[in-house]
Ligand binder design. Structure first.
Ligand code: MRU
Length: 374
């Protein structure tokens, strides 16, 4: 197999003025079409309908989105444009509530904008140009981070690992190779014969539409199953490790990720299969004491009541549609970050990680003791 390059979820075209190009993920796998976005309002709309999605990719979209706001304010007097940028930035950061990376990407540009405003006069290349450089740096950092996550995670795997994953935590979800799927790519690149089981990920099918597409394109063997098959699959002994991404990790190590992740963690524990969460440090929110403080996005009931544009539930039946769930830290075998692997993450380990003192390092994949015979 000669794998093609990984897909890129977003890129900035041109300088200032420039355009944000987003791969419209709602059309995959049928069509690869790029949206050309040059204002904040259509970007918010694209984020809310999941044309761009996945926590780190949302971070990059937030950073570039703040640049879009800044470039539209180029002609404004320096005295008022920072306040107007802050207004647009606040709307952008609130477009989706759970992935903390979105607000982080926006904030990164605001910090730079505030520093520029405090200095006398505009930089030679212009205000917005400086902010674009900052957004590009943020994007590049995410790319480097993904590679490091991949390397750190691959070191945990056996020679022929079968990985179970949920949702899409790949190139489509980041500014680089992904988080959970970066581990898969790094394992392949280090000569391992890696294969993936992908949960379809109801209701929006990120596993079926995106993960299966991305992995097939990369030449990685991928098998799709309905989310409800995960228990039977884990019980069959065919999975060596569950690897998922994260949208926000609380200070105590609780992990918010796509709805259906928590039952997967429970099942993995039941069957003695390691449950790994791969995420950049930008996904850790030290201001959230625990998972209960993580805001969970509720999405329209129609996503549950309908499929492929057809309503199949009886009229009048309501639906509950949280986009994410929270997995307690005690079910996480290890957190895989760019700064190292944290086994059995807890409040102290997360604090040490954020302080630049990650505990432990890569260790070989080992089956755990099941909670009951599986
Ligand atoms: O609703 P989505 O598709 O944005 O949800 C994405 C996820 O839950 C991913 O697993 C998470 O953002 C990690 S992406 C590297």
């Amino acid at each position: 197999v000669n794998p093609g390059p990984l897909p890129s979820a977003l890129e900035w075209e041109g300088g200032i003025p420039g355009t944000l190009l987003l791969l419209d993920q709602t059309l995959l796998p049928d069509e690869e079409r790029r949206l050309r976005i040059d204002r904040v309002a259509p970007l918010i709309e694209a984020i809310q309908r999941l044309a761009v999605r996945g926590a780190p990719a949302l971070g990059c979209a937030g950073a570039y989105g703040a640049v879009l706001a800044a470039q539209s304010l180029q002609g404004e007097p320096a005295s008022s444009r920072l306040a107007r940028l802050e207004e647009s930035a606040a709307r952008l950061a609130a477009a989706r509530p759970t992935a903390v990376n979105l607000a982080r990407g926006v904030e990164r540009i605001l910090v730079r904008a505030r520093a520029l405003s405090a200095a006398a006069g505009d930089p030679p290349g212009g205000w917005a140009r400086e902010l674009l450089d900052e957004a590009r740096a943020f994007h590049r950092e995410d790319e480097v981070t993904c590679r490091a996550i991949g390397r750190n995670g691959a070191a945990l795997l056996s020679e022929r690992p079968a990985i179970l994953t949920h949702c899409n935590a790949g190139a489509l979800a980041t500014g680089g190779a992904g988080t959970a799927l970066a581990v898969v790519y790094a394992a392949r690149d280090s000569g391992r014969q890696v294969s993936v089981f992908a949960n379809e990920t109801r209701p929006l099918l990120q596993g079926a539409r995106l993960t299966a597409w991305e992995l097939q394109r990369a030449g990685i063997p991928v098998t799709l199953e309905v989310d409800a098959a995960a228990g039977a699959l884990l019980a069959s002994g065919r999975v060596d490790a569950v690897v998922v991404g994260a949208d926000r990790i609380a200070a105590n190590g609780d992990v918010a990720n796509k709805i259906g992740t928590y039952p997967l963690a429970v099942l993995a524990r039941e069957h003695g299969v390691p449950f790994y969460v791969a995420a950049p440090l930008t996904t850790i929110d030290a201001t959230c004491p625990d998972g209960g403080a993580i805001p969970v996005e509720q999405r329209p009931p129609e996503e549950v009541l309908e499929a492929a544009g057809r309503r199949f539930a009886p009229p009048g039946v309501p639906a509950w549609n949280p986009a994410f769930d929270v997995t307690p830290a005690r079910l996480v075998t290890a957190l895989i970050t760019e700064a190292g692997v944290v086994r059995a993450p807890d409040r102290a380990a997360i604090a040490a990680l954020l302080a630049g003192r990650p505990a432990g390092g890569p260790a070989p994949l080992a089956r755990q003791t099941p909670t009951s015979s599986g």
